[in-house]
Ligand binder design. Structure first.
Ligand SMILES: [Zn+2]
Length: 174
């Protein structure tokens, strides 16, 4: 008779079998002591707060791709019109458009695939810094704080994405 009863998880309200020790959906200790059940709920709440903070970091990393595009637009425009005469203005202009376009595209792409977009953005940014440092060694210290901040935001974003994946797996969220 008891097997006919419908049981619903106290945490996520999904149905479970009377023989289940843990909820299949959320992992709630169905047969656990009240202490364990309380601990489960508290732990889950903490993780959900962590998720909010991590998602903010990912958002900031995605935004910093747009920041890079914006700052590069300003500095390329400055160099194009005010800076030292370019050897080949057309090549300079096209290079600038491609690089700025790439960061804009990555910013847009990061809405769907944050991990891939941020990792690509970070790689591209580091490559550009290296090229710049080789071509123009004095450039290493120009806009130094900006460069460091971009790298920090992007790296933190990548770390946050992995952390979110881990927590989501633990919490069984898709
Ligand atoms: Zn549950």
């Amino acid at each position: 008779m008891e097997n006919q009863e419908q049981n619903f998880c106290a945490y996520c309200a999904h149905q479970y079998q009377p023989t289940d020790a843990f909820c299949n959906t959320c992992g709630y200790p169905l047969q656990g002591k009240p202490q364990e059940q309380k601990h489960f709920i508290a732990n889950r709440a903490t993780k959900e707060i962590d998720l909010i903070a991590l998602n903010k970091k990912i958002e900031r990393a995605c935004e910093s791709l747009y920041w890079v595009a914006g700052i590069l637009t300003v500095s390329f425009t400055f160099l194009y019109f005010v800076g030292p005469t370019q050897e080949d203005p057309t090549v300079f202009f096209l290079t600038a458009v491609i690089i700025i376009g790439a960061f804009l595209a990555l910013g847009a792409w990061s809405k769907q695939k944050p991990a891939a977009a941020i990792i690509s953005g970070l790689s591209l940014f580091v490559v550009l810094l290296l090229v710049d440092a080789i071509v123009q060694p004095s450039s290493i210290f120009s806009a130094f704080v900006f460069k460091i901040l971009v790298i920090i935001f992007l790296v933190k974003g990548i770390m946050a994405i992995f952390e979110v994946e881990k927590i989501k797996k633990e919490l069984n969220i898709k």
